[in-house]
Design a protein around this ligand. Structure first.
Ligand code: ATP
Length: 537
């Protein structure tokens, strides 16, 4: 490790109702990857925003290159060589890669943009991050990983000595993550100092030189490279987690969800499956295999051409979300930046969105009963909040995700479809979500679990349905569902689409890609929120 690039001492940041950072010390040296680890709401993003000049701390010192500085704005931070890659990328989709790389600082000659120079410099910058795209390509044609690389290339060109990456791998596939970690290692070798946030502990094991653990806004310790997952978990949540996938199987009862011959041209075809009371059915599949599309069609937010959906004995009309919900089926959509939430409303209101109807007595909402239930759920999922009245937009990303899950876990549904329920959620809350799945099935409900996390879908399901290229490729019992067996089925439709499977990417890579490609955080999700509002009234 080289000389110290940056140090913060005694940083405190208070928001109304929350002490986000309390007397935090942190330092970064040249040529190291320093990981910030902590539960949802521990204060990681707040510290990053202080380093980015986006939040000014209430107290504390910031020292860059040995000199105390005030980071009054992101521009000032950038001038001092601190570049931050936030989760929400900031590129302009309709401009080319080169135009984005030089946004606001186009090299000019005699007053004209020097196009030849722009292209040459752009190529050099892209080469540094190993991105083989033409600088003339519009950014909107790039995948998320490539866009992230363009941002990193741009950041590095401004002579950044410090590169801060806030949960960059959450949206990446395994191969893309590998590539990013390689580039991070190369930059480290060049002497750049990197601050890295991730909830994936195995990534930390691979790349971290030091790990600073935050808990409730305090720095509780620094772990060295090579620390075990157990050590990280213990320091992060203050206890060990004995069982990662605590599935309690029970004798299945009557069929609660029956899907037969469901077909939508171009998306999925002839999908049939059943889920019984007390069962967890996992749905697995690769890029474009259609898992999420099927879930959305079953829930009624997307249409289907033919087939039948029966929920607890009734046949809701295709495409009628309200009828599907009345029949007793709920969907936790894959979360994308607060999707499924009413951001301006409070934590309590959001948790109660779907249950309000259940808590309605003679036309009036029984507010007391409602509060008891929502507050118990917030406690179980350890939603970090100053109270049920806090606006949900003030919560950290992971805690917003917990509220989306909690809302549906509280809903009185017979069948709950969970699409990527644990993305962005810390390890402790993950296990709590699994426990709640157990409780749902203990109580005789049925759960459909769609997940890109292969160990999770295998560990928590009684049966795993594997989809491939829009069809059901097969079904495995819990005992049969090994990674290899699931993989073999998932690629079984490969012959039909040779191009898709010819590359040598890892399996779970396509897995995460599938998840991402099918995510459409647009109108249909709003429909969900609107419908629940309407129902609540
Ligand atoms: N603008 C704000 N207003 C009020 N409270 C805030 C605001 N921003 C953050 N907080 C609070 O500060 C605390 C730390 O949040 P922060 O976003 O730093 O957590 P995090 O460690 O990044 O979590 P995650 O892993 O979920 O992203 C949380 O309790 C959060 O509710």
């Amino acid at each position: 490790m080289g000389p110290e690039l940056l140090r913060v001492e005694g940083i405190t940041k208070r928001f109304t109702g929350a002490l986000a950072l309390s007397d935090v010390d942190f330092d970064l040296r040249s040529g190291e990857v320093h990981v910030l680890l902590g539960e949802n709401g521990a204060g990681k993003s707040t510290l990053v925003k202080v380093l980015a000049g986006a939040h000014s701390p209430d107290t504390g010192r910031i020292v860059v290159d040995g000199r105390e500085v005030r980071l009054g704005s992101p521009q000032q931070a950038a001038k001092l060589g601190i570049a931050v890659i936030h989760q929400e990328l900031t590129l302009v989709p309709d401009l080319s890669v080169a135009e984005n790389l030089f946004l606001g600082r186009m090299p000019r000659r005699f007053g004209f943009v020097d196009r030849a120079l722009v292209r040459r410099r752009a190529r050099e910058m892209l080469e540094r991050v190993g991105l083989p795209v033409d600088p003339g390509t519009p950014v909107r044609e790039l995948g998320i990983a490539q866009q992230q690389m363009v941002e990193i290339a741009r950041a590095l060109d401004t002579d950044a000595k410090v590169l801060v990456l806030d949960e960059p791998t959450a949206v990446l596939t395994e191969t893309e993550t590998d590539r990013l970690l390689e580039i991070m290692a190369e930059l480290r070798d060049e002497g750049v100092g990197l601050v890295f946030i991730t909830h994936h502990l195995e990534e930390i094991r691979r790349i971290a030189d030091r790990i600073t653990v935050l808990r409730d806004g305090e720095s509780v310790g620094v772990l060295p490279a090579g620390s075990s997952v157990d050590e990280m978990v213990r320091m992060m949540v203050g206890r060990t987690i004995s069982e990662q996938y605590p599935r309690r199987a029970r004798e299945p009862g009557e069929v609660l969800l029956s899907v037969s011959g469901l077909t939508r041209s171009g998306a999925f075809s002839d999908i049939s499956f059943e889920v019984r009371a007390g069962e967890v059915l996992g749905i697995a599949g690769l890029v474009g295999s259609g898992r999420t599309e099927v879930a959305r069609a079953v829930f009624g937010v997307d249409h289907y051409d033919s087939g039948e959906v029966v929920v607890a004995g009734s046949r809701p009309r295709a495409g009628d979300v309200r009828a599907v919900m009345r029949a007793g089926l709920g969907l936790v959509p894959e979360d994308r930046k607060g999707q499924g939430l009413v951001l301006t409303s409070s934590v309590g209101e959001n948790l109660g969105l779907v249950t309000m109807r259940a808590a309605t007595k003679g036309g009036f909402v029984d507010r007391k009963a409602q509060r008891v239930r929502t507050s118990a759920m917030a406690g179980r999922l350890r939603v970090k909040t100053s109270g049920l009245d806090q606006p949900v937009r003030e919560l950290s990303g992971g805690n917003q995700q917990k509220v989306v899950i909690g809302k549906w876990l509280l809903a009185d549904v017979r069948v709950l479809v969970l699409d990527e329920p644990t993305r962005g959620v810390d390890v402790g809350a993950k296990v709590e979500i699994y426990e709640l799945v157990n409780e749902l099935t203990d109580a005789g409900h049925a759960v459909v679990l769609i997940s890109s996390d292969l160990p999770e879908v295998i560990g928590m399901s009684d049966r795993v349905l594997v989809m491939s290229a829009g069809r059901v490729a097969g079904e495995l019992t819990a005992a049969e569902a090994t990674q290899d067996a699931v993989m073999a089925l998932a690629v079984s439709a490969g012959a039909a689409e040779p191009g898709r499977w010819s590359h040598t990417e890892g399996f779970s890579d396509k897995w995460r890609e599938a998840e991402r490609d099918t995510a459409r955080p647009s109108a249909p999700e709003e429909t969900v929120a609107d419908t629940t509002w309407e129902q609540a009234r």
